[in-house]
Ligand binder design. Structure first.
Ligand SMILES: Nc1nc2c(ncn2[C@@H]2O[C@H](COP(=O)(O)OP(=O)(O)OP(=O)(O)O)[C@@H](O)[C@H]2O)c(=O)[nH]1
Ligand SMILES: [Mg+2]
Length: 363
């Protein structure tokens, strides 16, 4: 693996440069820092690891390492791609014509759009029904769309392999600390087997953050440690090696707060014998554009899953479902209220879809 540094005004922008160059699946985050350059401007350096062959191919250009001429196979593949694109366009045109003629189709599409599902996803999904009788039956059409949404949603099954570290990250006030407390109770007391749980608090920003987590730790009789630097984090993880589950609470951060991001990346990248599972907490109540923004900014913290919070504060799940269709990240837990430990569910599709169907029925 080769390490390469990308520089921009925010960690997100620097990371995006790396993604654009190599593709997200080919790189892993190796570190990040903020540096004042000689011109006096603060910039972010994001360091990524990339396989050596890819680095050479993308950095020095194909011609140095292979022939500049396209092989017959490449020409053929390009032509197939062209044909596929043309076919998609044609299907799109046919779909538009059929939608104009079928009021059932356009009514069902409008209803799902009204509930938050994007027209692009709906059109692409409904295109495959062209030529079938389903497009004239509103109930069947709606059931088909619900089934497709069901197929697209991803759940991360709770895994009990220990020892493990779960770190919760997310914007301010989304419910990270409350969810940590619920998870601590779940693992320490509510499962078939009691797990040995410790809480690590990395939030040295918020006034009262230590006391908030300490309060839960005391009630539950679980270990609680506050940490304010990366070295201590590594040392404490080592010292807590007999614990089954370490739950790590982090400071809430605005997606645009570079300092806190850099700080959190350092913790995420700490070398530990245990893998750090990073769960991003997003409230079900935020609007679509904010969800996208939060996801884009946090996604490079090596996210494993999403925890959706504040389900009790909305009856409309369409925006969230739409987000999950376009950004298919696995979901791990749902927080459905403020009560510790009761208001926590394992992420499940039925909960989302039943509420969504109720909403659609009202429409
Ligand atoms: N209605 C509702 N409130 C919640 C839920 N989860 C957390 N809260 C409340 O949201 C507020 C903030 O919760 P915290 O757990 O402190 O949020 P946080 O993400 O740790 O906040 P910061 O550390 O400041 O970033 C508290 O009043 C919680 O009781 C939920 O699922 N539903
Ligand atoms: Mg908190």
């Amino acid at each position: 693996m080769i390490k390469e540094t990308f520089v921009a005004s925010s960690p997100k922008e620097a990371y995006e440069q790396a993604v654009e160059k190599y593709g997200e699946e080919n790189i892993s985050l190796a570190g990040a820092k903020q540096i004042k350059y000689d011109d006096g401007v603060l910039r972010c350096e994001v360091i990524i690891s990339v396989p050596e062959s890819l680095y050479k191919a993308h950095t020095f250009g194909k011609h140095r390492f292979g022939s500049n001429k396209q092989s017959e196979e490449e020409v053929l593949l390009d032509e197939i791609d062209d044909l596929k694109n043309q076919l998609e366009l044609l299907k799109g045109d046919i779909y538009q014509d059929i939608e104009k003629q079928s009021s059932t189709l356009s009514d069902v599409k409008k209803l799902f759009m009204k509930k938050g599902i994007a027209p692009e996803w709906l059109e692409k999904t409904l295109q495959s029904l062209i030529g079938t009788d389903i497009i004239d039956d509103a109930k069947l059409l709606a059931s088909y769309l619900i089934e497709e949404i069901d197929n697209a949603l991803k759940i991360r099954q709770e895994n009990f392999s220990t020892p493990k570290i779960m770190m919760l990250v997310g914007p301010t006030g989304v419910g990270k600390t409350t969810t940590i407390a619920k998870l601590a109770a779940r693992y320490a007391y509510l499962l078939n087997k009691p797990y040995k749980v410790a809480l690590l608090n990395l939030d040295s920003y918020k006034v009262g953050a230590v006391e908030q987590l300490e309060h839960y730790a005391r009630i539950m009789h679980v270990e609680h440690i506050s940490i304010d630097n990366k070295k201590d984090f590594g040392t404490q993880i080592q010292a807590l090696k007999d614990y089954d589950i370490l739950l790590v609470d982090t400071a809430g951060m605005s997606p645009y707060d570079t300092q806190k991001f850099i700080h959190t990346i350092e913790y995420v990248k700490t070398e530990t014998p245990r893998n750090i599972e990073v769960h991003l907490v997003i409230p079900a109540t935020v609007k679509y554009e904010d969800m996208e923004d939060i996801y884009h900014h946090f996604s490079f913290l090596n996210l494993h899953a999403l925890i959706i919070s504040k389900f009790d504060e909305t009856k409309h799940f369409g925006t969230l479902l739409n987000f999950m269709l376009l950004y298919p990240m696995p979901m791990s837990y749902f927080s459905i209220g403020q009560e510790v430990p009761d208001d926590l569910l394992l992420a499940n599709k039925e909960f989302l879809l039943e509420n969504f169907i109720g909403d659609i029925d009202e429409g």
